[in-house]
Design a binder for this molecule. Structure first.
Ligand SMILES: [Zn+2]
Length: 430
């Protein structure tokens, strides 16, 4: 891609999620750096991009995704995943360590960082395995992983079931001021469940995963975080009970953070009646009351951030009985629109607070630099149109895997461009 040396973004509305502000302004970018922000900017021989009625925000940050490389390059690679992330407006994504081999050694961390730099799309920030092989037994060499460049630790996909091991992980991670991202699931309760336990699972005759399988571990890990005064981040919150525990913890002043994913505020377990395995995710889709609780938790700050849990799987793996299909759906390319429809249009969040859940809030969880549109900073920006409607088509999905239940759905709000310093990526509405 040929870089644009001088660019003026004109007529757009800038969203400043840090100061919870929005205003109309031009932006002048030279060699990938923001040089000027003013009402009207004129510069000779600059490329002018008219963004009237469009919004400009800092690039989104995804705390939680699966890029499958190394090991399952047939499902996704760092290259295809990082490009799909850009198409969803994400300029930074954290990849979970359930690769093959897992991210529990220096070599894999370095490989991911190198590959991310080579492809030059969304920056990939590796999350190291908290325990060796993500087995929940022996703690990883976190110091070595930190030196290699991890940003957090997690055994995601697996819970850390032994509270003694979790305590040690929290204590060890604390030395490096690293967040521990917890996938909360009491395996003795979820057993071999494939969907939420409730009326729908009973009617369908499918094995259920009760909401307490998540909430019980949320409570245990919150107590451990309080006891060790370490940084705990609860991944993919799906139930009302978990929300109530996190709200209680925050009110008590326990310093934890949490995320949820678009499917937990848009879909219920009723969708499993279709037997479409794209609705099979872990934690599972819950009830209407849970969905409502998740949206209220996003609105009142109990849930800090929105992450995708982008989990690519081949069609051939998903086209099996519900019981046998792997858990997970892709999420990069639909996340923004789903949140816009469900949270902004339905007035749980205003647009600026919504964008904060995709930018400054995840940055706080990870202690990254504040994502702001500031003079002197690299132009890592996303441009979107809230008035545009589009339909997700299988053939236009950039992710290597197409396992989305939203194919064919009309969505409001379209990512149009992503700027990565002097590179401009276009994602026109077709
Ligand atoms: Zn998980």
């Amino acid at each position: 891609m040929k870089p644009d040396k001088k660019v003026i973004l004109t007529g757009g509305i800038i969203i400043d999620p840090l100061n919870r502000n929005q205003f109309q302004s031009d932006i002048y970018i030279e060699n990938g750096v923001i040089k000027k922000i003013a009402k009207i900017i004129k510069v000779k021989v600059a490329k002018i991009i008219n963004l009237k009625d469009k919004y400009i925000a800092p690039g989104f940050i995804d705390i939680h995704c699966h890029l499958r490389e190394p090991g399952r390059e047939d499902e996704e690679t760092i290259e295809t995943g990082a490009y799909a992330a850009l198409a969803g407006g994400f300029t930074k994504v954290c990849c979970m360590p359930n690769t093959e081999p897992s991210i529990d050694n220096e070599g894999v961390v370095k490989f991911i960082l190198q590959e991310s730099g080579r492809v030059g799309y969304a920056s990939v920030l590796p999350v190291g395995a908290a325990t060796k092989g993500r087995k929940g037994e022996e703690i990883s060499e976190i110091a070595t992983l930190v030196n290699a460049g991890i940003i957090a630790v997690s055994d995601d996909g697996n819970p850390i079931s032994n509270p003694f091991v979790m305590r040690r992980v929290l204590e060890y991670a604390k030395i490096f001021d690293l967040p521990v991202i917890s996938h909360c699931e009491v395996k003795a309760l979820s057993t071999s469940g494939v969907m939420n336990e409730g009326l729908v699972s009973t009617r369908l005759g499918l094995r259920g995963i009760p909401d307490i399988a998540e909430a019980a571990m949320v409570y245990e890990h919150v107590l451990l975080a309080d006891y060790t005064k370490s940084r705990l981040h609860i991944a993919h919150v799906s139930t009302k009970k978990s929300v109530e525990i996190i709200r209680w913890a925050k009110e008590k002043g326990i310093d934890i953070t949490s995320e949820t994913c678009p499917h937990y505020f848009t879909l219920t377990d009723k969708m499993c009646s279709t037997f479409d395995t794209n609705y099979k995710v872990n934690p599972p889709l819950r009830t209407k009351a849970d969905v409502e609780a998740i949206k209220e938790a996003l609105a009142d700050g109990t849930i800090d951030a929105i992450a995708t849990d982008h989990a690519p799987h081949l069609t051939s793996e998903k086209e099996v009985e519900f019981d046998l299909a792997p858990f997970g759906m892709i999420g990069f390319e639909t996340a923004f629109a789903l949140g816009y429809e469900e949270l902004v249009q339905k007035k749980y969040l205003n647009l600026v607070d919504y964008i904060a859940k995709l930018t400054v809030e995840p940055a706080k969880v990870l202690k990254l630099e504040n994502p702001a549109i500031t003079i002197g900073k690299k132009a890592n920006l996303v441009v979107f149109d809230t008035k545009a409607k589009w339909t997700l088509k299988k053939e236009s999905i950039f992710s290597k895997s197409k396992n989305s239940p939203f194919i064919g759905k009309e969505l409001p709000g379209k990512i149009l461009k992503v700027l990565l310093a002097d590179k401009i990526f276009d994602f026109p509405n077709q």
